[in-house]
Design a protein around this ligand. Sequence first.
Ligand code: NAD
Length: 462
Amino acid sequence: MKAHDGIYLDGAWRPADGQDVIEVVNPADEQVIARVPAGSALDVDTAVRAARAALPGWAATPPAERSARLAALRDALVARKDEIAETVTAELGSPLKLSQTVHAAVPIAVAASYAELAATHPFEEKVGNSTVLHEPVGVVGAITPWNYPLHQIVAKVAPALAAGCTIVLKPAEDTPLTAQLFAEAVHQADLPAGVFNLVTGLGPVAGQALAEHPGVDLVSFTGSTAVGRRIGATAGAAVKKVALELGGKSANVILPGADLERAVNVGVANVMSNSGQTCSAWTRMLVHRDRYEEAVALAAAAAAKYGDRIGPLVNAGQRERVRGYIAKGVAEGARLVAGGAEPPRERGYYVSPTVFADVTPEMAIAQEEIFGPVLSVLPYDDEEDALRIANGTDYGLAGAVWAGDEAEAVAFARRMETGQVDINGGRFNPLAPFGGYKQSGVGRELGVHGLSEYLQTKSLQL
Ligand code: NAD
């Protein structure tokens, strides 16, 4: 697979100071497909300096011109969508169709949305006798995970560019090739040198150096709660802005009047998609006791049908972690109705689509983020019980409610402690704010709310 042996710094690919390399592995066959530099703290420092130097010019660039560059970036992504999809499939392992329809297509839609927002957003407003200016926060340190490798980059970089910020990106170790393709697209879009910089590298080295760098004004992180907590603490100590998109354990609440078959089938598809490696996946399905066994049978059948269509997990460590959770579910007394911990293939980091029934709310598989194709089905007695279970975790990222009528589902959703709820299978909206309540994070991404994260206000009293 094509890879750069340098880092993208100040408008060009340059040799890294760090001499170590990261081996990129195809999780479907466990073969090394490329090597990229593991950037050092000095590489991060050089990149942050380049971003700082580029900041005054980019911040002063009229929004209409920033919008034009973002539109050019979108066009560059569109022109390379097949290459993007193939690269995501090679390093993440997702089936090619998913890579095309989600991993390549969603970031294009998000880039397009920010090209438009940059042109139309009021960066000045009148409040009484004040003029309020919405100014860029400054240099952004973006740290991204591997599960939606391009989406999570674009969900940070596009609003940062629209706001007038400059950026240093440290992408996940498992998926640096997609990040390199993105840097190529930025280059094609003719952004001024230093506005966007890419340092591939290890989390505890390059990631930590970026999070701690005094030249970074805002750290935007997506990944695990454990690392997010540390980054939040570091940013807090430096009185620095931080945005955190962390884990989830979202509930799919099926109320008694719902179309059970549809709710279960969409729910299973939601969990199995991307091999369960989705922070907003509805990994707890809540069903009224009267229809519980019917739902369990439907979920088991739907998961079994997934069979071979599911991709591998991203790496051996993730596969072992997920297998460990499946073993724990069995040990805690949950009833395995589909899949299991046994690897379905000899090669590749595969885990079978797995469904547990008789899960109680306090079990580890009902509380902790598994990040694999594992669904827990929990029974509830009445609506109050369903709400207690739905809200009974440390997380609050997403969720779903299904009911006979929309108003009933909406009434339930209003009482959920979570950042996003799909009503009766509502479609994904790239303009709707995305982010977590409770330990699922701080801040919001996408749309105008995502743009606001990268702006700070100045009030002029006239
Ligand atoms: P992670 O938090 O370790 O990695 C995310 C990013 O942070 C990567 O770029 C990584 O290099 C970087 N990083 C790691 N340590 C760092 C440090 N000390 N300082 C700065 N940056 C650092 O997550 P992971 O290992 O990729 O996945 C582990 C778990 O995280 C998953 O099983 C899942 O539960 C969760 N996760 C959540 C999301 C999400 O979208 N919310 C995405 C991926 C993973």
